[in-house]
Ligand binder design. Sequence first.
Ligand code: NAD
Length: 551
Amino acid sequence: MSGARPVRAPRGSELTALGWPQEAALRMLQNNLDPEVAEHPDKLVVYGGTGKAARDWRSFDAMVRTLRNLKQDETMLVQSGRPVGVMQTHEWAPRVLIANSNLVGDWANWEEFRRLEQLGLTMYGQMTAGSWIYIGTQGILQGTYETFAAVAAKRFGGTLAGTITLTAGLGGMGGAQPLAVTMNDGVAICIDCDPRAIERRIEHRYLDVRADSLQHALALATEAREARRPLSIGLLGNAADLLPRMLAEGAPIDIVTDQTSAHDPLAYLPAGVDFADMAAYAQEKPADFTTRARESMATHVEAMVGFQDAGAEVFDYGNSIRGEAQLAGYARAFDFPGFVPAYIRPLFCEGKGPFRWAALSGDPADIHRTDRAVLDLFPENESLARWMRMAAERVHFQGLPARICWLGQGERALAGERFNAMVASGELSAPVVIGRDHLDTGSVASPYRETESMLDGSDAIADWPLLNALVNTASGASWVSIHHGGGVGMGRSLHAGQVSVADGTPLAGEKIRRVLTNDPGMGVVRHVDAGYEIAERTAADQGIRIPMREG
Ligand code: NAD
C-alpha cells in the first residue's frame, strides 16, 4: 500500500502536540499501528479481519499533522478514517470526534460496504481499531477470563478448581481459552484440528501440555481435577468427531463451549476431511464444503446439547455455531444460551465492563504502579485481584504498556481519579489514557451478541449507543466514536467508544469523574429500562436518576 512504513508512538513526557489530549490521540493512533500491536500494519489493519485505524496513508498523515497543531479549543472530525474538518469548540469538548463505517439501514450490508470501500469512501473501523484504543491480545484474554470467572460464580461456588472444561478452537481469539480457564484454577481440554495452533499456544505459554490421544487427555484431566490443580491440555482432532465420542464414553465434563471459527462455514473443518486438504477443498468446492461443515456443526452442537442434558454448563461463545447447526436442520440448536445473556449481562447491570488504560510514558513501571493502585482501591474483589496478579506475571505488553480489568459503576470513576492524582503527584512519569472496548454495558446494540435476548425484547434498539456517545461528548471525553458493524459484521451492530486522558490537571480530574460515571451509567440506565432488577439496585445504590421511576 503506498506510503506504508513502520509506525511507533513517541514515549516519554515531552509533548509533540499542543496539549496532552491531542498528544494522547496522536500516540494512540500511532500505537494502534505499531507492528507489535497491529495484525497488518502495512495495510493499516489493526485486528478483527479488516479493522483499520485510518482509511489510507494520506489520511493517516493528515491526521498526524492535524493532531500536532490542534488547539485546546478545536475538534478534529474523522469520517471513516479520514480527517474531514477542524471546528472551533471549547476546552470541555472532545479533541476528536469519529464516525466509522456507518450506513443507512437498507444499505447496511457487506456488499454495499465493500462497493463504497472500493470507491475509497469508507473503511471498516471494527471496535477499537478505528477508535484508537486497541491494546493487543490482553483484551481477549481478560474478556475470556471474565466469562469463565462468571461461569464459576454462577455454577461452581466462585472457582473452577475441580472442574473440567471442554472446548475447541485454539486460534487467534480461542487460544485465550486454556489460560483463562487455568487462571480460574480449572482444567481445560482444548481440541483443535490444526497441530500448529496447539504448538503456538504452548510456545506462548497459553496452553500447558499436548495429549497424545483422547484417552491420554482424559487421564491427564481427571488426575488434575482430582488434585484441584489447574491444567490445560491440547488435543489434536476434529471437534465434530471427538465431542460425540466423549459424550458416548461418559467423559466427566462440567463445562462445554466452543471457539472454532463457525461463523464462517468455510473455516470449520467438516468431519471426514483431512486438515491438510481443508484449504484446497474449501476453495475448489465452497458449496459442497459449506454443506458438509454445517452437517458437522450440527453433530458437534448435538453433542453439546447432550452434555447439557447430562448436567454440564454449556454455552455458545459468540461464534454462531448454534445458527449454523440450525441451518443444517438440527432442531435443538438453541437449547443452550449465548454467553452474554448467560453470564455477562448481570455484570453489565452493575455497569461492569472492559475498563482499560495505557501509559503514554511507554514505561512498564507506570502500569505496575497503576496495578497496585487498583488492588489498593478494591481489596475485597478477589477475582479482580487474581486477574491483576496473573496479568502482571503472564501478559507481555504490546506497544505502549497497558492494562485491562472489568470495573463497574462507581469503581471506574474512583480508578480514573486515582490515576489522575498519580500523574499530578509525579508518581506516574507521564499521563495515561483511559478507555474501553465498545463491547460494554451501555455502548452497543448487537442482537446476536451483547444485546441477545434482552428481557423486554429491545435487542435491536440502537438508540442506546448513540446516547452513550452523546453523553460522553457532553461529559468531557477526549475522543468519542460511533461505529457500525464491529464484532459481528455489517448490519448487525451499532456501538460507541470513548477515551479520556488523565494528564494530572484539575480539569482532567473533573472530566474523568463525569465521563467515568456517566459512561457506565448509560449501561445501568439501559438495563433498568429493559427491566433488570440488578440494574435497578445498582441505580439506587449509585444514585443514578431514572425519571420513569420517580414521582
Ligand atoms: P481462528 O480462525 O483464528 O481459529 C479457529 C480455530 O478453529 C482454528 O485453529 C481451526 O484450526 C479450528 N477449527 C476449525 N474447525 C475445527 C473443527 N472442526 N474441529 C476442531 N478445530 C477446528 O478464529 P478465532 O479468532 O480464534 O475466533 C474463533 C471464533 O470465536 C470466531 O467465530 C469468533 O467470531 C468467535 N469469538 C467470539 C467472541 C465473542 O463473541 N466475544 C470472542 C472471541 C471469539
